[in-house]
Design a protein. Structure first.
Length: 115
């Protein structure tokens, strides 16, 4: 009977530690320094980035560009015609309110660059 009680106690302790660790992970991922009225949703950021890219960078250069936002981190992916468009897209994206970081995964289309 003592072994069974020890096993239950150990299981309870392990489950409690796992629950506390899970709560800590979720609480940390929800941490923000901005008040709620200043937080901008990822969908709003994506929409603003696409709009600003369309107005500030040639639209024909953005036909193959995808914009994804997670927790304010914007990832640009796809192909652009040259390095200038790639740099410009990153600069324009970084200027949008709410953008925390830009991951510029745009690839320069070598066939377009040689034309």
């Amino acid at each position: 009977m003592t072994k069974r009680r020890e096993l239950r106690t150990i299981c309870s302790i392990v489950l409690t530690i796992a629950a506390l660790a899970s709560i800590g992970v979720f609480a940390e991922s929800c941490n923000t320094v901005q008040p709620p009225n200043r937080q901008v949703s990822d969908l709003q950021i994506t929409t603003q980035v696409k709009s600003k890219l369309a107005s500030d960078v040639r639209a024909s250069s953005l036909a193959n560009v995808d914009v994804n936002t997670t927790n304010g981190v914007v990832t640009l992916s796809g192909q652009v015609e040259n390095a200038d468009v790639k740099r410009s897209a990153e600069t324009v994206t970084a200027s949008v309110p709410g953008v925390v970081k830009v991951n510029n995964n745009l690839q320069v289309d070598s066939s377009a660059a040689s034309k």
